[in-house]
Design a protein around this ligand. Structure first.
Ligand SMILES: C[S@@+](CC[C@H](N)C(=O)[O-])C[C@H]1O[C@@H](n2cnc3c(N)ncnc32)[C@H](O)[C@@H]1O
Length: 361
């Protein structure tokens, strides 16, 4: 009698909550890691761990709770960002080579400013219900790009820049080139680095007028005497002519057929077009693709029409369409490669590809 009453009060639902619990606990764990790393950077933990320190030493220097400090250090160790060394029987924590290079604020290769900025973009997810109920915020290209290229310069010079430049410099067409154009070069580091590898080269960085103001600062910083800027808008302006190499990395016109035609006209016969762009699969349905597409759709550009899928714009071609279009224009495809292979990462994080095409007619 009693048992029957109990069962009627708590009838078992049709399905267990395991799936929902797992999604929520994974999301919570991701958020814990997010705030752990954000706080470690804000506290400049990696600046202090250039030399080995016990957790007591660190908590005393930074005036932090000793228990939480020790647990933070243990978590960073478990994530593989710091290592442990035993000294006089005591546990000391010290940066790995990776955190010394990329997470210390005063390192030449510090990613700390760009990581902090990306943590700040998470604010938009905090305000998601507000964003979903309002119309898209509009980004002005002439304000957005002069800022974002500083972050891109910071990230590029940590690895991808060197790997890309090394790759391009192996092509005989680059070795004999006299004139190079870096379209939408932004910071200009690609043009500047390529210019350093070929002393006979004059390199030109093409970008929006407000951006070339910043490009000039980079050119000056690296004393790149053979690099200059060209102000323009690739949707409305031509690039000029007689280029032996046209290079382009991650630009909003990088999959646009009209811009490809302008590249074709700008190149000398026998010259090469090297283009490194994001080519996301339009049909992909993974959770991370959908979330990234949501983020892409939080805002629109003032002048450039965004597509629905992240990193795409109106009238863009897919990777396969773009490659065929280059062939139709009179290019021979010398090589295509996923960027993660080019930069020797073990797995693809972004759907990026590099294409090297030679103007043959
Ligand atoms: C994502 S950044 C890429 C910067 C650099 N090439 C790199 O890979 O690090 C895109 C660049 O495209 C430029 N850009 C955007 N729209 C443009 C347009 N209509 N004409 C010329 N440049 C443009 C931006 O100013 C910015 O420098």
């Amino acid at each position: 009698m009693t048992t029957e009453k109990y069962q009627n009060s708590f009838p078992l639902p049709d399905e267990s909550p395991e799936k929902i619990d797992k999604i929520m606990s994974d999301a919570y764990f991701g958020a814990q890691k997010f705030y752990l790393l954000k706080t470690a950077l804000e506290l400049k933990i990696f600046d202090y761990l250039s030399d080995p320190k016990t957790s007591e030493e660190l908590s005393s220097i930074l005036d932090l709770d000793p228990v939480l400090t020790e647990l933070m250090l243990k978590s960073l160790y478990e994530l593989g960002i710091i290592s442990i060394a035993s000294k006089n029987g005591e546990t000391h924590y010290i940066n790995t080579n990776g955190s010394d290079n990329y997470l210390k604020t005063d390192s030449k290769y510090s990613k700390a400013p760009s990581i902090s900025a990306s943590f700040n973009s998470m604010d938009r997810w905090v305000k998601l219900s507000e964003i979903m109920g309002s119309s898209k915020s509009e980004i002005m290209e002439n304000v957005f790009f002069p800022e974002i290229i500083k972050r891109m310069a910071n990230d590029a010079k940590c690895w991808e820049l060197q790997k890309t430049v090394e790759y391009v410099s192996k092509f005989s067409e680059f070795k004999s080139a006299k004139k190079l154009l870096d379209i939408a070069g932004g910071h200009g580091l690609y043009g500047i680095s390529l210019g350093m590898l070929n002393e006979n080269l004059d390199a030109f960085v093409f970008d929006l007028p407000e951006v070339t103001v910043e490009t000039k600062k980079f050119i000056e910083k690296y004393n790149a005497k053979n690099v200059d800027t060209v102000q323009g808008n690739f949707f409305t302006d031509e690039f000029g002519e007689n280029y032996d190499v046209v290079f382009s990395s991650y630009n909003p016109g990088g999959k646009n057929p009209k811009v490809a035609e302008k590249v074709y006209r700008a190149l000398n016969l026998g010259g090469i077009f090297v283009t490194k762009q994001a080519f996301p699969k339009l049909s992909s349905q993974s959770t991370s693709d959908n979330l990234n597409n949501m983020e892409w759709n939080f805002s629109s550009f003032n002048a450039t029409g965004k597509g629905l899928v992240r990193y795409t714009f109106d009238t863009d071609l897919t990777f396969e369409e773009y490659v065929s279009y280059l062939e139709e224009l009179g290019f021979e495809i010398l090589e295509t490669k996923p960027v993660y292979e080019l930069i020797e990462f073990s797995e693809e994080m972004f759907p990026n590809n590099i294409i090297v095409a030679k103007k043959i007619k």
